[in-house]
Design a protein around this ligand. Structure first.
Ligand code: ADP
Length: 296
């Protein structure tokens, strides 16, 4: 269990990236969902002991992370957002090299771990290929393989699905869910679907603040009977946006289809729909924007 209490961080330029963040993160795949600039990387880098918070505490299974950074690093697997690889080296050779750096000095033990990880990440067939020839999805799976060297008990992956096609994304998320059966896996993303299906628990973070945490399904349940949908003309969209709490608008066959949050039918022509996590996400983002506007 990873426990974060009252974490704050303001950068030298005055940006408050983390505002009194409290989180309880159990074993399993944990989704940290938020738009770009929300503070996800700041939080993950802080947990990974790559930067210091201004205040607050982080404990991992009783260990005080901010006091015992080396202790945490021994248990940590980290895939940063901008994970670069050497394009001319094969997957097998680079993973072996990382394994040496991780302190796996016993040759046989190292080979067993490297081979096992290449298999687990479905890169065994491609192990002799140069990393420069890998697709985005393969590179990310290689990134996970290196993060898992040394059997970490805490795995942090920062926006790993950005830029992957749907097939590769699914494969990658399934791999993370599998790993999450044993250890804490923290995944940050701005893609709602990454969290909906596979994360038993999650948090939404916007402008450094945790707006919601818990089970995705419980958050969705709060919106039951309160999400209404209508197809409208493009010209009518501004009026609807003014009159109603429009959560989202998407073009269906060239015509806007809006989801509105309302206790009862907002207007004629609206039909009630099953809420989903995207509705929750947009509602939270809208609420945080209007509370920011109200405090101006
Ligand atoms: P996310 O990962 O959710 O996109 P970040 O943690 O990268 O968010 O950024 C949160 C906010 O902090 C943003 O406004 C970003 O511009 C700012 N920020 C991030 N890193 C730094 C830094 N090293 N110095 C100054 N501002 C930063």
């Amino acid at each position: 269990m990873l426990t974060i209490k009252a974490l704050n961080k303001t950068y030298a330029n005055g940006v408050q990236a983390l505002k009194d963040v409290h989180l309880q993160i159990p074993t399993g795949l944990y989704g940290l969902l938020g738009p770009n600039g929300a503070g996800k990387s700041s939080l993950m880098r802080t947990i990974a002991t790559l930067q210091e918070p201004d205040s607050g505490s982080i404990h991992f299974d009783g260990m005080d992370v901010l006091q015992d950074k080396e202790g945490l690093r021994r248990q940590l697997g980290y895939l940063p957002q901008d994970f670069g690889v050497y394009p001319k080296v094969s997957a097998e050779d680079l993973l072996n090299h990382f394994a040496v750096l991780k302190g796996l000095t016993q040759r046989a033990e190292r080979k067993e771990m490297v081979d096992g990880l290449l298999q687990q990440t479905n890169l065994w067939e491609a192990r002799k290929r140069k990393l420069g020839t890998f697709s985005g999805g393969m590179r990310q799976r290689f990134g996970i393989a290196q993060a898992l060297l040394g059997a970490p008990r805490l795995v942090i992956v920062d926006e790993p699905t950005a830029g992957l096609d749907p097939d590769e994304r699914n494969r990658f998320l399934n791999l993370l869910a599998e790993i999450g059966e044993q250890v804490v896996v923290m995944l940050s993303t701005h893609i709602v679907e990454d969290v909906t299906d596979l994360c038993p628990r999650m948090a939404m973070i916007v402008k450094g603040e945790v707006l919601l945490q818990g089970e995705p399904q419980a958050a969705i349940e709060l919106l039951r009977d309160k999400v209404w949908r209508k197809r409208i003309s493009k010209a009518a969209l501004p009026e609807y946006q003014q009159r109603f709490n429009v959560l989202s608008s998407r073009l269906v066959a060239g015509q806007p289809q809006i989801n509105v949050h309302c206790e009862s039918q907002p207007d004629e022509g609206f039909v009630q729909v099953e809420p989903d996590l995207e509705d929750v996400y947009f509602l939270k983002i809208r609420a945080s924007q209007s509370s920011a506007a109200a405090s101006l």
